[in-house]
Structure formats: structure tokens, C-alpha cells
Design a protein around this ligand. Sequence first.
Ligand SMILES: Nc1ncnc2c1ncn2[C@@H]1O[C@H](COP(=O)(O)OP(=O)(O)O)[C@@H](O)[C@H]1O
Ligand SMILES: [Mg+2]
Length: 228
Amino acid sequence: MAPKGLFIAVEGGDGTGKTGAVGFLARSLSAKGAEVVATREPGGTEEGLALRKLLVSKTSLNWEPMSELLLITAARVQHVRATIGPALASGKVVVCDRFVGSTLAYQGAGRGIPEATICALHEMAVGDIWPDLTIVIDADPALAIERSRKRLQAASLQENRFEELDLAFHARVRQGFREQAMRKPGYVLIDGDRRELVVQQDVLHAATTAVERWELKRDPLKRSPRQA
Ligand SMILES: Nc1ncnc2c1ncn2[C@@H]1O[C@H](COP(=O)(O)OP(=O)(O)O)[C@@H](O)[C@H]1O
Ligand SMILES: [Mg+2]
């Protein structure tokens, strides 16, 4: 049987701390000896980056929800084929900054596309690849978006399209993430309205539990060095 990796997605609204948490997770899990591939949507490949530019540049472009879903899914096809699929096939731990949970929250709860449509398109496009663990960082959108805006201004990035959508939209997105976490298996919801380091410790705890379970399943006879 081909070795199978572990797929962890980190999800949440803009500015909730996903990118910081993914970096922290990658460093911490690598330090514990795991082979980690950290990546992000929708820019995980050059083709994905090109598509991402279409979506997030501050322009007068006004995408229909379905067009947005198709562009994001196109980027995901590239990302899964080039990065996520091969890493999982070679038994690595993949930590991904946003995945299908973001599509369900933004294009689903936020923009009204039915969940069944998003899931069917996902399966058609990338096949049966779903995260083993989805960590949702849940935070007040008003505070989180303000943080995200400050960071973008500091870096002089012109990526305002998603941030500029109104707070009602972001409240729906937050609710979309919370509902996924309540309804779907393999989700952990983390209170992101606390200090960043405290939030990251909780993210690491959730991931470590999943890694340990996965290692045990993969190699039931494996002993830690102390037990050997
Ligand atoms: N819990 C928190 N409290 C205060 N600041 C935070 C917290 N989480 C993240 N930040 C800060 O907010 C900004 C955006 O964080 P980032 O990890 O890029 O979020 P995301 O990737 O979810 O948009 C960064 O400057 C980060 O240090
Ligand atoms: Mg980010």
C-alpha cells in the first residue's frame, strides 16, 4: 500500500492568524521530527499565483460567485497536482493555509453557492482529497480585518478586494466556518480572540494530537526512543 500522509488545513477569516499559525505549526512539527510541507491557497503554485492575482487585486473586476468558485477551484487543481498530492503520496504532513473550508465559507455561506455544488465541483476537480484535520481559527471579523489591513498597508500590498467587502459578509463567512466545525467530522474550532501565542499553542495541540494518532495508525509497533 502506498504510504499516505496527513493533511491539515488551517482555516478562518481574514486576519484571524492563519498564516502565522501555519508557520508556527511547520516549525514546531518539524522540530518534533515530522516531515512537513507548508503551503497555501490559492497561491501554492505559479499558476495559482496568476489566478490569485485576478481574484485579489484591487480592480474594477466584479466576479460572479460561480466565476470566483471556478477560478479558485482551478487554482486548487494546480496546487493539488503539483504540491499537495505528491506530498501526501510520499507520506508527509501537509499544512495548508486555507483549503476547501474557505470555499464553503466564502463562496458558500458568504456568496450563496450551495454546499452540495461546491463539494461536487471539488470532487470532480481534485478527486477525493479532503483534509484529515481542519483547524478553524474563529475571531471577531471587525478586529481581525483591522489587523489584516494594517499588515497589508505595512507591506504596501494592494490586496483589498476581500477585505473591502462589508462586515455583514464577513459575519456570514464566520458563521459558515463555525457551522462547518459543528457539523463536520475532523474539525477543531479555536477561539482566536486571545493573544496570538496562546491561539498558536492551541493550534499546535490540535495538530500534534492528529499527528500522534496518524503515526500510531501508520506504524502501530513504533516505540518512542525512550521506550525502545
Ligand atoms: N490573536 C491575535 N492577536 C493579535 N494580533 C494577531 C493575532 N493573530 C494574528 N495577529 C496579527 O494579525 C496580523 C495578521 O495575521 P495573519 O497570520 O497574517 O492572519 P491571516 O493569515 O489569517 O490573514 C499579523 O500581523 C499577526 O501578527
Ligand atoms: Mg494569511
